[in-house]
Design a protein around this ligand. Structure first.
Ligand code: ACO
Length: 397
């Protein structure tokens, strides 16, 4: 019966592709992730050319507007971002209405929602035609506002969590300096963020700035295909990132590593994973069949920080032992399961003194340029509503 129903379906070829393993939903000029060769290109640049030579603002500009900025363009962009980091009062009121032990993503979602509620220009009136298509000036102003709002909401939620005051952005600061400043990560003497931390995040955030259609980027674009505003789309994206198979995997990985406790206990964990009692969180990736090129650079960063991070020595030793055993074990090698870049990136955050709860929000912040670039590209084309098909296999009368 179900066959009779599907056979009647019109509209061309329909493939059953659970999890979109083989289905492209958009074409894009922004980022190319080559999971077989193990390389990532932002526009025409291999990421290894950008890390350590370009700042987060440069790469954000490159992804969104297709070219590296001139010094004047970069200065102007930096100022625009810093200016947009001032939250409406309702954002602060809403975030402070939560108890400080509320999950930070919950506070961020509420904060973004309050931002849309208090600023009428965030959601432009829809008058029966695509408000964004052909109006790239509107798209661009929304992009700047959203990038800065996300950093502000993250910082404010973090301060609420830590029960400390929020510090406003400095108009002369870089994006990363301002994010750290708003979060209260400043040195006592200079009242500025530690330059070594800023330099480290510049590299990490360039590496994370885009990774084409990850689940959370696709969640953003799925909602954006209805022509919803980018703040609301970011709420969808955050919710997708929260899940344990995606960004939330890092939280789980941390708990597992903490629970394992010391390197001697790792073989038992590996046995449990191979017996399919549990998954190894922070391992595996849909795209990579070889080493994720970001992991190589992140490990170098981690090496540089290792001596400063005595507090997490045993934790890191346990994580490295997991990696050592997994990289030699046939269960993992035959399935191309390697530590993903986000797991190693989280060790960098830890070495810099960030608590685990803030890692996912910061990862979302560092990914925001890519998400915005894909959104702009979609709005610059001829966006169609995303609406996947299903194959009905139930009863039919
Ligand atoms: N631990 C143990 N086994 C695994 C893992 C893992 N982390 N990942 C995949 N496998 C095994 C599966 O059991 C399956 O084995 P089988 O062939 O014997 O059935 C095989 O590898 C293929 O797994 P799939 O689930 O089909 O792979 P898929 O591409 O759908 O999943 C995913 C990718 C979700 C990332 C998966 O590897 C996973 O669950 N990893 C753990 C969660 C995680 O770390 N997610 C973060 C990803 S990166 C990010 O989003 C920020």
């Amino acid at each position: 019966d179900s066959k009779a129903k599907t056979d009647k379906t019109e509209g061309g070829l329909r493939l059953l592709d659970p999890g979109y393993q083989n289905t492209a939903v958009a074409s894009s000029e922004v980022t190319f992730v080559d999971g077989t060769e193990g390389s990532i290109h932002y526009r025409q640049y291999d990421i290894s050319e950008l890390v350590g030579t370009k700042q987060f603002e440069d790469v954000t500009y490159l992804l969104i507007w297709g070219k590296l900025p001139s010094p004047e363009e970069k200065e102007m962009f930096k100022k625009q971002l810093a200016l947009a980091m001032h939250p409406p009062q309702m954002v602060s009121d809403v975030i402070h209405a939560f108890p400080s032990n509320t999950p930070i993503v919950t506070m961020m979602i509420a904060g973004l929602s309050a931002w849309t509620g208090s600023d009428p220009t965030v959601i432009p009136a829809y008058m029966g035609k695509n408000i964004y298509q052909g109006h790239l000036d509107l798209v661009d102003s929304q992009i700047i506002r959203l990038i800065s709002a996300l950093a502000t909401v993250i910082a404010m939620s973090f301060c609420r969590m830590q029960e400390k005051p929020f510090t406003p952005a400095d108009l002369n600061g870089s994006f990363i300096e301002n994010t750290l400043r708003m979060m209260g990560f400043v040195e006592d003497e200079t009242k500025k963020p530690n330059p070594k931390h800023v330099e480290c995040l510049e590299k990490l955030w360039v590496l994370y700035a885009d990774h084409e259609l990850t689940n959370s980027t696709a969640a953003f674009l799925h909602v954006a295909s209805t022509l919803a505003d980018p703040f609301s789309c970011t709420i969808a994206s955050l919710t997708a990132a929260y899940g344990p198979l995606h960004g939330g995997a890092i939280d789980t990985a941390f708990k597992v590593i903490q629970n394992v406790g010391k390197p001697e206990n790792v073989p038992q964990l590996i046995d449990d994973v191979k017996a399919k009692k549990c998954r190894l969180f922070g391992y595996g990736h849909r795209i990579y069949k070889t080493v994720d090129p970001r992991s190589v650079i992140i490990r170098e960063l981690l090496d540089e920080l290792k001596d400063d991070d005595a507090a997490h020595k045993e934790f890191l030793a346990t994580a490295l032992e997991i990696d050592r055993i997994a990289s030699e074990d046939q269960y993992f090698t035959s399935r191309h399961l390697k530590a993903n870049a986000d797991l190693y990136g989280s060790f960098v955050y830890m070495a810099l003194g960030f608590p685990p709860e803030i890692i996912l929000p910061l990862a979302m912040m560092s990914r925001c340029p890519g998400v915005m670039a894909h959104w702009r590209e979609a709005m610059n084309g001829n966006p169609r509503l995303w609406r996947p098909q299903q194959i009905y296999t139930g009863a039919y009368h």
